[in-house]
Design a protein around this ligand. Structure first.
Ligand code: SAM
Length: 286
């Protein structure tokens, strides 16, 4: 049977056999710790009935763990050199399909061959510089995703899961918690990767909800207000909301109608309060 790829020796062997070097530009840090792979696989809660989209399989480390559950795995890899490597490292699995390309440019339901009503799970250990844009793009497209399990920098994980009142609570917390219920799964030290990154990482599991946590009448206005509130964190809401194109009078009237004190700051407002504010501002503009 195929050896476990999540191991320093096996990984070194694969890299040298294929004359590969981890590409910095593509953010390649390969997992070499099998307990981390297992933690990610467990957090995805997979069964053979599941369809998993893996983003950035690398040399197949996590892909192997996902495939072992019996789920159908479709893995999208940008590095043109890797599909040939993956064909070899994952040749023991008939439930894995490798799709070359950039996840941000592919039609996901099409590559997954999703049937009407079918949902899927997303698992990703991505380069840190594109994790947030990729997560947000997937969620905003309202794809039928059930769970999203991703490796991110520890500080990003803290922001994704932060609650109102915390210094880490901001636009990312609200965006993630609008669509999902996120949970911190585990911290991952640099030595779990080859090469080791400079920062500590963490795995976050996001359970995507059928219905968003709040339902503002105008979603665009809601996110505009959120972004204005956190664009100028130091300012009170009364002043910060002018960043969303409101006059000070409109800002004052909106806050009053929503029952929110003028001197509050964005980091103190729950999603429910932001939705109330957004509806109040929207009603006043009618
Ligand atoms: N999943 C492997 C692991 O855990 O060892 C590799 C992780 S490595 C941090 C990230 C992988 O994502 C690399 O193989 C890289 O080539 C790939 N990648 C980077 N940008 C991508 C994109 N836009 N679409 C798909 N894959 C991408």
């Amino acid at each position: 049977s195929t050896p476990i790829i999540a191991d320093p020796k096996v990984t070194r062997h694969i890299l040298s056999a294929f004359h590969l070097r981890a590409s910095k530009r593509l953010g390649q840090n390969f997992l070499v710790d099998r307990s981390v792979v297992q933690g990610i696989v467990d957090a995805a809660e997979l069964s053979p009935a599941d369809i998993v989209l893996e983003i950035g399989p690398g040399i197949g480390t996590l892909t192997q763990g996902l495939a072992e559950t019996g789920a159908r795995v479709v893995a999208v890899e940008l590095d043109k050199k890797l599909p040939a490597v993956l064909a070899e490292t994952l040749k023991g699995y008939d439930n894995v399909q490798i799709v070359p390309g950039d996840i941000l440019k592919l039609n996901i339901p099409e590559i997954l061959e999703l049937r009407a009503g079918e949902r899927f799970k997303v698992v990703a250990n991505l380069p840190y510089y594109i994790t947030t844009p990729i997560i947000m793009t997937l969620l905003e497209q309202r794809l039928p995703i059930e769970r999203l399990v991703t490796m991110v920098q520890k500080e990003v994980a803290v922001r994704m899961t932060a609650r109102p009142g915390s210094k880490d609570y901001g636009a990312l917390s609200i965006a993630v918690q609008y669509f999902t219920v996120p949970r911190m799964v585990m911290d991952v030290p640099p030595r779990a990767f080859m090469p080791a990154p400079e920062v500590t990482s963490a795995v976050v599991a996001c359970h995507v909800q059928d219905v968003p946590t709040v339902r503002p009448q105008d979603e665009k206005l809601f996110f505009r207000l959120v972004s204005a509130a956190f664009g100028q964190r130091r300012k009170t809401l009364l002043n910060a909301l002018t960043g969303a194109g409101l006059t000070k009078e409109e800002s004052r009237a909106g806050l009053a109608a929503a029952g929110i004190a003028e001197n509050m700051r964005g980091e103190q407002l729950s999603l429910v309060a932001f939705a109330r504010l957004s509806d109040a501002v929207g009603d006043l503009a009618k």
